[in-house]
Design a protein around this ligand. Structure first.
Ligand code: UDP
Ligand code: MN
Length: 573
C-alpha cells in the first residue's frame, strides 16, 4: 500500500476508534488517577491506594486492570462477561496497532513471484465486539498487498449485539470511501453455525484464493504472500497459517511455536509436533504437511468448491475442521501449515454463543465418524462414551456427504491413518467401556481421582471423562479420558504389589517396568490382577465412605456400562 494511503487509513482508524462507544465511554476518557494541573500549578492529589478489586475471582482481572476505578471495573467485567474477552481494552487500543513480527528471520529473505493470485478474505462472526472486527479489517488492509486484495467479505451469523447493525454499516461506509467496493457484508437471518457461515462467505467470494478467518484476528506482516504463492504452485493444497495468541485479558501477543494441527478421538483439535522429515529439510520456511486444520484456512476458491466446501450440516461449532481435513486428504488434496504466514488469533476465555459446546462437538464428531471413518468409527463413540447403537444423538442427514465421498472416489480412513496421521492410535480390542460400578453401591463409579495425582477413587457417578473406563482383551484397564496416541499418556490401573491402594501409571511405561497392569474381568465378575491375583474391591468405611482397595478377593463384582464385540453380550447395562 502506498505510504499516503497508509497514513490515511491510519487517520481513518483513529477516527473510527473515537466512534467506538460501547459502554457510553469515550475512547480518550481519562481513566488513570494522575495529578492534574490546575491554573498552572500542580495540585498534589493525595495518592490513593489501588482501588478495591470488585471481581477478585474474574479471569479478566487476574493480570489486568490493577488500577481501574470501581465504576470502570464494572463496565469492563460486564463486557468481558458478554464477549469472553476484554472489550473494554479493545475499545481503547488503536485499530492499527503494531504487532511484534513473529516470523523467523529467514522468512524475510523469501521472495515471491511478481504475479500472484488475487485474494478474498472472509471474516465470519457471531456477537463479536465491533472494535475487534474493525481491528481485523484494519490489519488485513494494512498488511495485504493492495493489488492482491480483491475484497473482504463479512459474514454475520445472526448476531444479536446491537452495535453490529447500524454502527457496523456506518463503519463499512467509512472504509468504502477510501477503498471503494472492498468491504461487503452478508447477514444470515437465522443462526446457521460456523461451518455454514464459512460457506456463505466462500459462495460470495470472487477472487482466485479465499482466506476464511475468524473475526477476532489480526493478520501479521507478510501473511498473504506465502499462501498465494503456494496455492499458485499447487491448487490442491489447503493451507493453515501459524497462529499466535492474543491474550483475552491484556491483548498482548504470545508467539506460538511451529506445530501441525491434529485431533484426538473426540475429534477435538490439538497441536502435534512437526514431522521429522520436515526438520530434515533444514528449511524453516518450508511448508509443513499437516493432518488437519484448526478451522481458519486458505484455499484455491474453485478447488474448495470441487471438493465440497464445508459440511453445512455441522451445527454451531466444531467437527467441520476435521471433516474437511479427512475429505481433503482422502479425496486427493493435501493440507499444509506455512511457517512464514502468521495470524494472531484471540483465544477467548468463554464463547458468547454457547456455555457448553460439548453437545455440538459430540454430535458433529459422530457426523464425521459416520461419513469418513469406516471401521474406525467406534473410536469416536468410545471417546465420547456413547453406545455404538442407539446413541440417542441425531447427527442429521449424511446422505449427501456420503454421495460426495462416492463421487470424489475417496480413499479410506485406514489409508489416512497409515499415510497421514500415524500417531493417532486406533484400538481394536476394547470389549467393555463406560462407567464402572461395584455391586456394593451402584451410585458411585471408578474415577481417575485428583489431577495431578495417580490415586484412582470411587466417586459419585457423573458424565464426564475422568470416569471413562476402557477394558481391553489384553487385560489393560484404562481409567480417565481416552488418549490413544502413540507415545501416549494413557493411564492404566496398576497393582503396585505391596500396598493396598491401586495406582494409575502411564501404560507404556508400566508395561516396560513390569508393573502389574493386566487384569482378568468379565461383565458382572470380579476384577483380578493377573500377576498378584489380588482383587479390586471397595471397602465400607465408617460414615459411609467407600475406599478403593486391592486385597484378597471377597466375591465383590463389577459392571461396566457398555460391552463390545468379542466379549459378553452387546448393549447397555
Ligand atoms: N461463529 C459463527 N457462528 C456460530 C459460532 C461461531 O459464525 O454459531 C464464528 C465466531 O464468531 C468465530 C468463528 O466462528 O469468528 C470461530 O469460532 P470461535 O472463535 O469461537 O472458535 P475458536 O477459534 O475458539 O475455536
Ligand atoms: Mn476463534
Amino acid at each position: 500500500m502506498a505510504l499516503k494511503e497508509r497514513e490515511e487509513s491510519m487517520r481513518l482508524a483513529v477516527k473510527q476508534q473515537a466512534n467506538v462507544e460501547d459502554t457510553g465511554m469515550k475512547v480518550n476518557d481519562e481513566v488513570h488517577l494522575a495529578p492534574k494541573a490546575v491554573q498552572g500549578k500542580v495540585v498534589e492529589t493525595k495518592k490513593p491506594g489501588p482501588p478495591k478489586k470488585l471481581f477478585p475471582s474474574s479471569a479478566l482481572f487476574r493480570q489486568w486492570g490493577e488500577d481501574l476505578p470501581e465504576a470502570e471495573q464494572k463496565k469492563a467485567q460486564d463486557l468481558f462477561h458478554r464477549f469472553g474477552y476484554n472489550v473494554y481494552l479493545s475499545n481503547r487500543l488503536p485499530l492499527n496497532r503494531s504487532l511484534p513480527d513473529t516470523r523467523d528471520s529467514r522468512c524475510l529473505q523469501k521472495t515471491y513471484p511478481p504475479q500472484l493470485p488475487s485474494l478474498s478474505v472472509i471474516l465470519i462472526f457471531m456477537d463479536e465486539a465491533l472494535s475487534i472486527i474493525q481491528r481485523a479489517i484494519t490489519s488485513i488492509i494494512n498488511r495485504t498487498p493492495p493489488q492482491l486484495l480483491k475484497e473482504i467479505i463479512l459474514v454475520d451469523d445472526f448476531s444479536s449485539n446491537g452495535e453490529l447493525k447500524a454502527r457496523l454499516d456506518e463503519t463499512i461506509e467509512v472504509y468504502s470511501q477510501l477503498h471503494p467496493g472492498l468491504l461487503k457484508i452478508i447477514r444470515h437471518t437465522e443462526r446457521k453455525g460456523l461451518a455454514h457461515a464459512r460457506n456463505t462467505g466462500w459462495g460470495a467470494a470472487a477472487a482466485d484464493v479465499v482466506a476464511i478467518l475468524d473475526a477476532h484476528v489480526e493478520v501479521n506482516a507478510g501473511w498473504a504472500e506465502p499462501i498465494l504463492a503456494r496455492i499458485q504452485e499447487d491448487r490442491t493444497v489447503i493451507i493453515s497459517p501459524v497462529f499466535d495468541n492474543i491474550h483475552f485479558d491484556n491483548f498482548k501477543l504470545t508467539k506460538y511455536p511451529l506445530a501441525v494441527d491434529g485431533f484426538n478421538w473426540e475429534l477435538w483439535c490439538r497441536y502435534d509436533p512437526v514431522p521429522e522429515s520436515w526438520i530434515a529439510l533444514d528449511d524453516v520456511t518450508a511448508p509443513v504437511r499437516s493432518p488437519s486444520i484448526m478451522g481458519i484456512l486458505a484455499a484455491d476458491r474453485l478447488f474448495l468448491g470441487e471438493i465440497g466446501a464445508l459440511d453445512d450440516g455441522m451445527l454451531v461449532y466444531g467437527g467441520e475442521n476435521v471433516e474437511l481435513s479427512l475429505r481433503v486428504w482422502q479425496c486427493g488434496g493435501k493440507i499444509e501449515v506455512l511457517p512464514c504466514s502468521r495470524v494472531a488469533h484471540l483465544e477467548r476465555h468463554h464463547k458468547p454463543y454457547a456455555s457448553d459446546l460439548g453437545a455440538a462437538l459430540k454430535r458433529n464428531a459422530l457426523r464425521v465418524a459416520e461419513v469418513w471413518m469406516d471401521e474406525y468409527r467406534h473410536m469416536v463413540y468410545l471417546a465420547w462414551n456413547l453406545p455404538l447403537q442407539n446413541s440417542g444423538i441425531d447427527y442429521g442427514d449424511i446422505s449427501s456427504r456420503r454421495a460426495l465421498r462416492e463421487k470424489l472416489k475417496c480413499k479410506t480412513f485406514d489409508w489416512y491413518l497409515k499415510n497421514v496421521y500415524p500417531i493417532l492410535k486406533p484400538i481394536h480390542d476394547i470389549v467393555g467401556y463406560g462407567r464402572m460400578r461395584n455391586s456394593l453401591d451402584k451410585g458411585i463409579c471408578l474415577d481417575q481421582g485428583p489431577v495431578p495425582g495417580n490415586a484412582p477413587i470411587m466417586y459419585t457417578c457423573h458424565e464426564f471423562s475422568p470416569q471413562n473406563v476402557y477394558y481391553r482383551l489384553s487385560g489393560e484397564l484404562y481409567v480417565g479420558p481416552l488418549v490413544a496416541e502413540h507415545q501416549d499418556a494413557q493411564r492404566c490401573l496398576t497393582d503396585p504389589g505391596l500396598r493396598e491402594k491401586p495406582t494409575l501409571e502411564a501404560c507404556s511405561k508400566a508395561a516396560q517396568s513390569q508393573l502389574h497392569i493386566y487384569w482378568d474381568f468379565k461383565q458382572g465378575g470380579a476384577v483380578i490382577n493377573r500377576d498378584t491375583r489380588r482383587c479390586l474391591e471397595v471397602t465400607r468405611e465408617l460414615l459411609g465412605a467407600r475406599v478403593l482397595v486391592l486385597r484378597a478377593c471377597t466375591a465383590q463384582v463389577w459392571e461396566i456400562q457398555y460391552t463390545l464385540g468379542a466379549w459378553g453380550r452387546p448393549g447397555t447395562l
